[in-house]
Ligand binder design. Structure first.
Ligand code: NAD
Length: 496
């Protein structure tokens, strides 16, 4: 059944599929601007019910053997793969990325479950010597408890897995809320979770507004970890709400990735990589190339080739396999990018490729934006400092490596950075000096499951993926055991 034929989507709370007590919300296809399906709108009470269900289910889930939890996770991965085409089409319809990218995303959604299932035999503790004979001390990892997960619209399928898979293997239960604009993929996954045998209450998926149910999830004392991916302002608001209960937060926020091309770089590789890293998912990725810095000696050549390559990309129907760039996710997001662009041009930036809205839309009513290339930009222009999140790229020359590093680091963001050079010394200098959580050398993303996806400064707190990402889903408990049959003398100062 295709997403367009589906007439009803339901939320998953405590193992039951339910309607929203606050009504419904229409989901819009960004390729034509038309509403095509309704989803439930949860009430704040339903958000609390979901937290209660997760709390009730956590003890039994946490006590299951990790292998038993992993078996369910492997079934989830199988089911995602079996339904991959359908799930990818749902991503395209609600979010607008080209079908090939959506297929990649859904593949990633399955991988998270396989990858974290491997940790069934790998979550370990530490045994420590006691200060006294006849005693044993150890530190063991235990589930954190109930997790609230909040995700954005740019990867509506993979980000569900990125949060749910580590929670499941850690023995946590979870309530997940997708973005208002892209709730379908998470609701599709809810069906898969039930089919795979996830016990009631272990994973709960609720849909609705950030300002209502998102606030509840981040303010209730019954939540033990908040993991959120989204924008910096929302991250700050969530952290403020979480502080009332001292709930730990893991925040994956925005980026302003620098893309540094040194004079000796493989120019063709650098151009194609810089363009791909800017235009994938219509420029709507936290690790996208947001500001391209090119050595002055190759700057003109780079810009010429970059513009040529940009012109060769097909902006069109995201359901077609030959489409490179689909629509922006929403009218609001389209207008945000246009505003940054207009501000840059008004501030003196030159349009090396005019781009902008196509004169003839690939599909009427969609939120289209052609690749747009800007030169004559300065580091202090908003287009060089604020996240753009669209197919718009400023390209700036630099004279020295030190200057490039200094522009790179002068940012509130610190998520991903790119460097193209074959000079090993420069690579190592950059690794030491570039103050970002992730550095890609002569390649672009996406990041790998075994890495640690983490932003410095306002790009985040905590981090996702790999063994370090899993850490935030667990607590450490220290156990002191006296098995000597006598009191530990040194600890009994009263002598009786
Ligand atoms: P957003 O901050 O607007 O929304 C993210 C989520 O937060 C949504 O589900 C929203 O409903 C919810 N929300 C809003 N207000 C809330 C509140 N008061 N309490 C609780 N939840 C609330 O972000 P967006 O526009 O959906 O996503 C784009 C942003 O996400 C970009 O900045 C992008 O860089 C970032 N992002 C970061 C990563 C990463 O891994 N670092 C990955 C993808 C996207």
């Amino acid at each position: 059944m295709s997403a367009e034929e589906k007439t009803s989507y339901l939320m998953l709370i405590d193992g039951k599929f339910v309607v929203g007590e606050a009504g419904t919300r229409s989901v819009i296809n960004p390729a034509n601007g038309k509403a095509f399906v309704d989803v439930p709108e949860a009430s704040p009470d339903q958000a609390r019910q979901a937290i209660d269900a997760a709390r009730k289910a956590q003890k039994a889930w946490g006590l299951k053997s990790p292998l038993a939890r992993a078996a369910i996770m492997k079934r989830i991965a199988v089911l995602i793969r079996q339904n991959a085409r359908h799930l990818a089409e749902v991503v395209v319809r609600e979010q607008g990325k080209p079908i090939n990218e959506a297929i990649g995303e859904v593949g990633g959604a399955a991988e998270f479950f396989d990858y974290y299932a491997e940790f069934a035999r790998r979550i370990q503790g530490e045994i420590l010597p006691s200060d006294y004979a006849g005693e044993q001390v150890w530190i063991q990892r235990v589930p954190v408890g109930v997790v609230a997960a909040i995700i954005p619209w740019n990867y509506p399928s993979a980000l569900v897995s990125r949060k749910v898979a580590p929670a499941m293997i850690a023995g946590d239960t979870i309530v997940l809320k997708p973005h208002e604009d892209t709730p379908l993929s998470a609701l599709e996954m809810a069906r898969i979770f039930v089919e795979a045998g996830v016990p009631a209450g272990v994973v709960n998926i609720i849909t609705g507004r950030g300002e209502t149910i998102g606030e509840v999830l981040c303010s209730e004392p019954g939540v033990d970890l908040i993991t959120m991916t989204g924008s910096v302002p929302t991250g700050k608001r969530i952290m403020a709400n979480a502080s009332r209960n001292l709930t730990p937060v893991s925040l994956e926020l925005g980026g302003k990735a620098p893309f540094i091309v040194l004079a000796d770089a493989d120019l063709e590789l650098a151009v194609r990589s810089a363009a791909t890293s800017r235009y994938m998912n219509c420029g709507q990725v936290c690790i996208c190339n947001e500001r391209t810095l090119v050595h002055r000696s190759i700057y003109d050549q780079f810009v010429t080739r970059f513009v040529e390559f940009s012109k060769s990309l097909v902006v069109g129907d995201p359901m077609q396999a030959n489409t490179d760039i689909g629509p922006k996710v929403s009218r609001e997001e389209l207008e945000k990018v246009e505003a940054v662009l207009a501000e840059a041009v008004a501030g003196g930036a030159r349009l090396a490729l005019a781009g902008g809205r196509p004169t003839k839309a690939p599909i009427d009513g969609g939120y289209w934006l052609n690749p747009t290339v800007l030169t004559d930009v300065t580091p202090d222009m908003p287009i060089m400092t604020r996240e753009i999140f669209g197919p718009v790229v400023p390209i700036m020359p630099f004279d020295t490596f030190e200057e490039a590093v200094s522009i790179t680091n002068a940012s509130n963001y610190g998520l991903s950075a790119y460097l193209f050079t074959n000079d090993l010394g420069r690579v190592m200098n950059a690794v030491n000096e570039v103050s970002f959580g992730e550095i890609y050398v002569n390649r672009i993303g996406p990041e790998m499951l075994q890495g640690f996806h983490v932003g410095f400064r306002e790009s985040g707190l905590g981090g996702d993926d790999g063994v370090h990402g899993l850490e935030s889903y667990m607590r450490k408990k220290t156990v002191y055991v006296n098995y000597s049959g006598a009191a530990t003398a040194a600890l009994m100062p009263y002598g009786r």
